[in-house]
Write a protein that binds this ligand. Structure first.
Ligand code: C5P
Length: 398
């Protein structure tokens, strides 16, 4: 596919070098179109060498090929990363005072903006109005990540990690000229992912094998479909999904607090995290020593069942609540029983073992509905299961 990678003048331009690499390694032909000031951060030689294509910011180079029209017309995707406040303003106003903005006016393919700037600039009403205008016109504007910015300050405004930007690009390309379908725009969703850790002492914990991949795929899909996503993440070693606000927790009790705090605002909650059912009754302040042949006593107490609590409380009317169940044996019968016991609206049941579920990119599941529905999802990428879950959730929200 032909991709135009637009780069505007933000310090995060250095991350786009990695994005360019990932795009070309995935087999795409990429033309980098920086703004003039972007070249102060990363020079022409870097973009040209990494893309193997000529690089210019000006409409006055190679005029015989009419690049300001041809590049946009022939692109399958225009991806602007980083998109500064000024670039968003110029795009929203329909300016064409450099090659990149001219490309944006002539492109008829999907256009994605990945904004990166200081929090104040991002939250300014002028920038938010420009973002709303671009979204109304069908462009995808990714929510910036929350975290460390250029200086010591932190807040929303970070460019998501390059591998996550690649996933957004791949998703848009896979969906063709319609780009991303923002069918979840205006929705707020809460997703949990990962596995809780219950501390025994300063160096040990009771944990589980959950990698967080399925929950992250669910959060990523919702963000790509336009939802505002809060992702409560327990002990996951993955890049934050582009567009999701990540809240990090360690234990089941911390997860409960984070979930209950965010659930009141959420139209849907998907609890993909593996939450420990038990925790040690006490946490030793010092490391538990090996003492003779006698085994140290390990007394456990039950953790609150967050999914059950949420399903009983229903903090927001009309909210759709989805649980997960990793089962062995007669998974469907076990799943039906669990769905009734938990009281949620949908339960995603998957069989564990056999190379599925934990730590893999693929999954296979049946989604059981409280109203009797049963949706089998054949083995495939966790991203596919994520979209099926959101299809079922949105049909219930409507
Ligand atoms: O009972 P089981 O652990 O199999 O249930 C799995 C589902 O319940 C998952 O959605 C998980 O996130 C949720 N859960 C919970 N609180 C617990 C245990 C599980 O919310 N203490």
């Amino acid at each position: 596919m032909r991709i135009v990678l637009g780069v505007s003048a933000g310090i995060a331009a250095y991350k786009s070098c990695e994005l360019l690499r990932l795009l070309t390694e995935s087999g795409h032909r990429v033309r980098v179109v920086p703004t003039h000031d972007a070249l102060r951060f990363v020079g022409e030689a870097t973009w040209a060498a990494l893309s193997g294509e000529p690089v210019t910011a000006s409409v006055w180079d190679g005029v015989q090929c009419v690049p300001h029209v041809r590049l946009g017309q022939t692109a399958d995707l225009v991806f602007v990363a980083p998109a500064t406040a000024d670039l968003l303003a110029r795009a929203a106003a329909g300016r064409s005072d450099d090659l990149l903005t001219a490309v944006l006016l002539t492109a008829r393919c999907p256009v994605v903006f990945a904004p990166a700037m200081h929090t104040e600039m991002w939250q300014h009403p002028a920038t938010q109005a420009n973002v709303a205008t671009l979204r109304e016109r069908g462009s995808v504007v990714i929510e910036p990540a929350v975290g460390r910015l250029t200086g010591p300050d932190t807040g929303p405004g970070r460019l998501p990690e390059p591998a996550e930007l690649l996933r957004v690009a791949q998703r848009v390309l896979a969906r063709g000229a319609g780009g991303l379908d923002p069918d979840m725009s205006g929705r707020r969703v809460l997703v949990t992912a990962g596995g809780t850790r219950e501390e025994l002492d300063p160096v040990r914990f009771i944990g589980n094998w959950s990698s967080g991949r399925q929950g992250y795929a669910i959060a990523r899909a919702a963000a790509a479909r336009g939802a505002k996503v809060t992702l409560v993440s327990a002990n996951v070693a993955l890049d934050d999904p582009a567009g999701a606000q990540v809240v990090r927790v360690t234990s089941a009790l911390e997860m409960r607090d984070a979930v209950l705090a965010a659930a009141a605002e959420a139209d849907a909650v998907v609890m993909a995290a593996a939450v420990a059912d038990y925790r040690p009754e006490t946490r030793s302040e010092s490391k538990i020593k090996k003492a003779g042949p006698a085994l140290p006593p390990l007394r456990l107490v039950q953790n609150p069942d967050i999914l059950h609590e949420l399903s009983t409380r229903r903090p927001r009317p009309g909210q759709v609540i989805v649980g997960f169940a990793a089962e062995t044996g007669d998974v469907l019968a076990n799943g039906r029983a669990k769905l009734a016991a938990k009281g949620c609206d949908l339960l995603v049941v998957n069989q564990v073992g056999g190379g599925l579920a934990f730590g893999t990119d693929d999954n296979e599941a049946v989604v059981l509905a409280a109203d009797g529905g049963e949706t089998p999802v054949p083995r495939g990428p966790k991203d596919n299961l994520a979209d099926v879950i959101w299809d079922l959730v949105t049909s219930r929200l409507d």
